[in-house]
Design a binder for this molecule. Structure first.
Ligand code: P1T
Length: 387
């Protein structure tokens, strides 16, 4: 049940994405990991496991291949695939904290992440303090003696603010806490937080890793074997694992992540240029803009600036809703990171659960997940929707 071999962990990003975690099957030579649609495995005598496989909640070869590939692209020791991004997050909280502990969380994060901390983990006993992660003094001030985790999204969802992973890791470690980075928006192609000092990376693989809007999934990648053991124990004990079909789809998506991300970035740059000069648009938020307060940090820790773009519409919430409902190539919908462009209104959609909290988002905000369609068609669509 080994997750990977030396061979599949080496090489450049694309080589690791394509070969990581799997060598052609010994019996058939299958180049692609088969979908092992099995719940259990024949034992050769009691406890006589072939290759370590006992029961598919504990491990399944299709999932093992994906987990090895995830570890390879994030340059971690071990990867774990879950049923969703939130299941992955939940496993981290349960594996690494106890009632009475405290976590620092972003003051801007995916609404579901905040809901998990606020409505599930807090009643269980894990306190949290939201802090602006681009402000290291604010993070330092939020840390308490019982802080066990500093939880970072960078860039954040949906305000695209940028946290300095290296500096945040140093701060967390000084306080005896672990740094968790939600790397969903950047994807492992653009940013590898474990190489910058983070202890754990978490993903909604539903997004760029899967890349085709056809599967929901999550991942945790760690660099320390003791942490890996705790995550692995909880993955099995709680059971929110990726099934073999989902693991297959996610793994297939991961192989093309590099080429897709480059096109997402190319198209996002075109969209940003267009929006910046449009009279109906107020602030355009994109880490690639020199005016973005996190631009320098993003340029240091990211390969490029990603496919997510947020902007504020002149005319307030009504105007923002009208834009969201007027596009034809951009599909109005939640989620992000697929090949098709999506548009949404965070305040009424993905971030409804943070209304009235420190994480509330502006009512005139529109979020774009810029896909890999022909860029001119995306610009024409925005032009007609902005009126
Ligand atoms: O949806 P799920 O696979 O459970 O992942 C949750 C999640 C975690 N982290 C980030 C940064 C996310 O953006 C998400 C999911 N986000 C959306 C569905 C969205 O439209 O923003």
């Amino acid at each position: 049940m080994s997750q990977s071999s030396d061979h599949t962990q080496k090489g450049g990003f694309e080589t690791r994405a394509i070969h990581g975690g799997y060598e052609p099957d010994a019996t058939t030579g299958a180049v692609i990991p088969p979908i092992y649609a099995t719940s259990t495995y024949k034992q050769d005598g009691v406890g006589g496991l072939r290759g370590g496989y006992e029961y598919s909640r504990s491990a399944n070869p299709t999932r093992t291949a994906l987990e090895g590939a995830l570890a390879a692209v994030e340059q971690g020791e071990r990867g774990f695939a879950f049923a969703s991004g939130l299941a992955a997050e939940d496993a981290i909280l349960r594996a690494l904290t106890s009632p009475g502990d405290h976590a620092v969380i972003p003051d801007d994060a995916y609404g579901g992440t905040f809901r998990l901390f606020d409505k599930v983990a807090r009643p269980w006993g894990l306190e949290h303090t939201p802090a602006h992660l681009a402000d290291l003094d604010a993070v330092r001030a939020a840390i308490r003696p019982e802080t066990k985790l500093v939880w970072v999204e960078t860039p954040t969802n949906p305000m695209l603010s940028v946290g300095d992973i290296e500096a945040l890791a140093a701060l967390a470690h000084d306080a005896g806490a672990l740094l968790v980075v939600d790397n969903t928006f950047a994807s492992p192609y653009l940013q590898q937080p474990l190489t910058l000092g983070a202890d754990l990376v978490v993903h909604s693989t539903t997004k760029y890793v899967g890349g085709h809007s056809d599967v929901v999934g999550g991942a945790v990648v760690v660099r320390d074997l003791e942490v890996a053991e705790r995550i692995g124990f909880h993955q099995n004990a709680m059971g929110a694992v990726a099934g073999p079909f989902d693991a297959f789809l996610t793994h297939r998506g991961l192989k093309t992540l590099g080429v897709r991300m480059d096109r997402h970035c190319d198209n996002a740059e075109r969209v940003v240029d267009f929006l910046c000069s449009h009279p109906a648009v107020g602030t355009v938020i994109y880490p690639g803009l020199e005016t973005h307060p996190g631009h320098e940090v993003a340029a240091r820790q990211m390969k490029r600036f990603g496919g997510m773009v947020s902007f504020r519409v002149n005319g307030g919430e009504e105007a923002a809703l009208r834009v969201c409902e007027s596009t034809k190539v951009f599909t109005l919908g939640e989620s992000l990171g697929g090949v098709e462009s999506l548009i949404e209104h965070p305040g009424r959609m993905t971030h409804q659960s943070v209304a009235g909290t420190a994480l509330e988002v502006p009512a005139d905000l529109v979020r774009l997940s810029v896909g890999i369609e022909t860029a001119d068609d995306l610009l024409a669509d925005l032009e007609q929707a902005l009126g």
